[in-house]
Design a protein around this ligand. Structure first.
Ligand code: NCD
Length: 335
């Protein structure tokens, strides 16, 4: 789908969030507003009473067609901390075709008067499909669609980088591992580019690299990990997405670890104050050494905490965009 086609679907006439489907085409100011809003919600998470009434009386429905632990639970917590009523459905994709499953499930959920759907699906474009289908007062948030995108993960990664490293325009960031199958890599490349990061590197074996990345995302591609990690400020490691691989894209996990795994020795090539990130779930000894995952440069667990704040920001912003949209519609109806 061309970028321009996504804008009207995601944003209302005032440029506010209406749905949150993809980082593609979203302006820097909006990404910064999400980060600033999340910063203020981090403070709520540190209070004894971790709640604000922003979504009181609203119903948020998490619909997960694909497994998830971190994303599902942090979306749930985010909605609860905003005082929404939350239900979570783990829907099996089974053998039913995509259109039928989604449409049937949605009809049922709409009958429960949900105000927001958070959707994870193994098919790229599923959240867009749903956003086009739902009634005008329902907001849709993408919790990860196939290989396409994972915009809240992208934004929580940006919050992590901003809180630990500051100004994006002065940073070198390396994204390492299974780029081909990673929706996280895509969302991160778009977010980093939009936020003005001048040196975005992707590091992977040729078999796990999609073609045309340089042109599409303005990144530098490295097949040699030692070269790619040299002097970077941020290392984002990715999991090998075995479930999305067909056939022999890799010789073996052992070989992958030898060439691309983040060991203490390899991390020394980055800047001494570099941070290490990973969206989880981590596979120790496959893409990352335990000593690094648990080491002083790792911010992997901070990412999880920041994920709640980012999801609170996105849910509340999409809902206030909705409210504005609703007011306009009501005004128009009255005229
Ligand atoms: C990622 C995902 O599901 O896309 N994980 C996550 O959201 N925490 C990355 C992965 O599964 O490797």
């Amino acid at each position: 789908m061309p970028t321009d086609a996504k804008r009207p679907l995601q944003l209302n006439d005032q440029g506010q969030l209406r749905h949150f489907l993809s980082l593609d085409g979203l302006p820097r100011e909006l990404l910064t507003e999400i980060l600033d809003t999340a910063d203020s919600f981090l403070e709520v998470g540190a209070r004894a009473v971790k709640k604000v009434p922003l979504l009181r009386g609203k119903t948020v429905c998490n619909v997960f067609f694909e497994n998830s632990t971190r994303t599902r639970t942090t979306f749930e917590l985010a909605a609860k901390r905003l005082s929404a009523d939350v239900i979570t459905l783990n829907v099996s994709t089974s053998s039913t075709s995509k259109g039928e499953t989604l449409t049937d499930t949605l009809r049922n959920l709409e009958a429960m008067a949900a105000d927001m759907f958070v959707v994870r699906h193994s098919d790229s474009g599923a959240a867009h499909f749903i956003a086009e289908y739902v009634s005008p007062n329902v907001a849709v948030v993408n919790g990860g669609d196939g290989r396409h995108g994972h915009p809240t993960q992208g934004m929580l990664d940006m919050l992590t980088i901003r809180r630990h490293k500051g100004d994006f325009t002065k940073l070198s960031v390396a994204i390492v591992g299974d780029i081909l199958h990673s929706r996280v890599a895509r969302s991160n490349m778009i977010a980093l580019k939009t936020l003005g990061c001048p040196d975005i590197r992707v590091v992977a074996p040729r078999t796990l690299l999609p073609t045309g990345l340089e042109q599409e995302y303005g990144v530098r591609v490295f097949t040699d990990a030692d070269e790619g990690l040299k002097d970077v400020d941020v290392v984002i490691m990715l999991r090998l997405q075995r479930e999305r691989m067909q056939g022999g894209l890799l010789p073996s996990e052992g070989e992958f670890f030898k060439l691309y795994g983040l060991t203490e020795k390899r991390l020394k090539l980055a800047r001494p104050d570099a941070i290490v990130m990973h969206p989880g779930p981590i596979n120790r000894g496959v893409e990352i050494e335990s000593a690094v995952a648990d080491g002083s440069q790792s911010v992997i667990l901070n990412q999880v905490t920041y994920g709640i704040a980012i999801r609170m920001a996105v849910l509340s912003m999409a809902m206030s965009g909705q409210t504005a949209q609703r007011q306009i519609e009501q005004q128009e109806d009255a005229e």
